[in-house]
Design a protein around this ligand. Structure first.
Ligand code: NAG
Ligand code: NAG
Length: 436
């Protein structure tokens, strides 16, 4: 955060000084073998066949992106976004848990991590410090404009990772679902100093989908290009889709609950009661947020302890044994024979549910075994619910990708509500022009 470095970046931006960064695009991070790529059938297909028709495609003003990735073994989902003139592709982590869009950037880069594409070369269109988007990235009182011509930012993520840089505006290239092109100029972070976090992802940057002013949805909405709605459908077999706008789903089929205003930064349906096997665990008033940037689900310390001891008690009478030697996740169990699929262990585990109360209505967010268990590469079954206290989440309970698979999850900022419905996420709504 030194002033010197900031000055340097500014100078280099203005001279559009460019140091070529080769090699970074040569690294192919294909060593991870996808467990799901060959498994085309799944127990969720029963629900998906009936629900796929729920996604209808009215020609309209939505943006639709194909998503790649999976919870395990990859650990993240990514979308391709085109930025610059001419537009160049970047693979970005989709993150409803943060706002800023940033790319690893050749400003030049002080510290960048290995990425699939060459570093982004920033436009010289600096976002001024007074810009409301810049102010939104700083805590009230922390927004100081030493140099009014530029906006320095630093974002930190729950996994300890961070990005430091300067905001620029550049052209993005998208297609509406009806094929019409759009090239809005949006603010993005030119990240020239990144610290990888514990869950480091080999991507070009992060696509912030949060509620804040700097997020891509907020920016597109403030330019009147889309409705302020974002949704995703992450497939348990890997891949899926992401969309902005409200015309790719039938709202009457969605289970809606109101969005809590207690969190300015996160999408939260409020507080929940946790059920295990259809019975209450006695855990109530658990504040919950939805975060597509998190692969696994996190419970606060007490909830985690209560749930895991209930599970252990259940399993003690069954033929599963704890497998501490498997370090895939903190809690794994082995069977008599290695497991291939979560279906193989369904009989040992009960489903979970979070119950939200919205006025007089109760809505349930169910977690079937697929929504909280994975099969490790050693053939053990591991709990995809982790203790949030160990990563500093305090009393927050975070619904991660594992628990959002095989359904459409919608964050409707227009009507201040969050919704979900089962869906076949392998079936991408038809559109003339995908933003692949
Ligand atoms: C990200 O998604 C693209 C397709 O959109 C895919 O080709 C690529 O392999 C993915 N990148 C990573 C690092 O997973
Ligand atoms: C938009 O559609 C055009 C024409 O089909 C295609 O050439 C272009 O690559 C698309 N752009 C994006 C960002 O997907």
């Amino acid at each position: 955060m030194g002033k010197e470095r900031v000055g340097l970046v500014l100078a280099l931006l203005l001279m559009s000084f460019v140091i070529s960064t080769s090699s970074s695009d040569e690294h192919q991070l294909r060593w991870r073998k996808s467990l799901f790529s060959t498994a085309t059938t799944s127990s969720s297909s029963s629900s998906s066949s009936s629900s796929s028709s729920l996604l209808f495609n009215r020609v309209g003003s939505s943006l639709l992106f194909r998503v790649q990735g999976n919870v395990y073994p990859t650990g993240y989902y990514n979308v391709t976004v085109y930025v610059g003139q001419p537009p160049k592709p970047y693979f970005l982590d989709l993150d409803t848990g943060s706002d800023l869009i940033w790319l690893q950037c050749d400003a030049p880069c002080v510290q960048c991590v290995e990425a699939p594409h060459p570093l982004y070369r920033p436009s010289n269109d600096l976002v001024p410090c007074e810009d409301p988007i810049c102010a939104s990235l700083h805590a009230p009182g922390q927004h100081k404009c030493e140099d009014p011509t530029q906006c320095d930012y630093e974002v930190e993520y729950a996994d300890g990772g961070s990005s430091l840089g300067v905001l620029v505006k550049d052209a993005f290239a998208f297609n509406y679902t009806n094929g019409q092109r759009l090239n809005p100029r949006l603010a993005l972070g030119c990240g020239y100093d990144q610290v990888p976090g514990a869950s480091y992802h080999p991507l070009d940057g992060i696509l912030g989908l949060g509620k804040g002013k700097s997020s891509i949805v907020s920016q597109l909405h403030s330019q009147k290009l889309i409705r302020n709605v974002v949704g995703h459908c992450l497939s348990g077999r890997g891949g899926g889709f992401l969309f902005f706008g409200d015309d790719l789903y039938d709202s009457s089929r969605v289970v809606w609950t109101s969005m809590s205003s207690d969190y300015t930064k996160y999408y939260s349906p409020g507080v929940a009661e946790l059920f295990f096997g259809g019975k209450t665990t006695g855990l109530k008033n658990l504040p919950v947020v939805f975060d597509s940037g998190s692969s696994y689900t996190y419970l606060s310390h007490v909830a985690y302890q209560t749930l895991t001891s209930m599970m252990k008690r259940e399993l003690s009478a069954k033929s599963l044994k704890e497998a501490p030697e498997d370090r895939t996740l903190p809690l794994c169990w082995k069977g008599k024979r290695p497991f291939k699929n979560v279906r193989d262990v369904k009989k040992y585990f009960k489903s979970l549910a979070l119950s939200f109360t919205d006025g007089k209505t109760r809505t349930l967010f169910e977690l079937t075994t697929e929504a909280y268990l994975i099969i490790s590469n050693r053939g053990n079954v591991c709990l995809g619910i982790l203790n949030g206290a160990e990563v500093g989440l305090q009393d927050l309970n975070v619904i991660g990708d594992i628990s959002m698979q095989d359904r459409v999850v919608i964050y409707d900022n227009e009507k201040q509500r969050i919704g979900w419905m089962p869906a076949n996420c392998d079936r991408i709504p038809k559109s003339k022009a995908m933003n692949t």
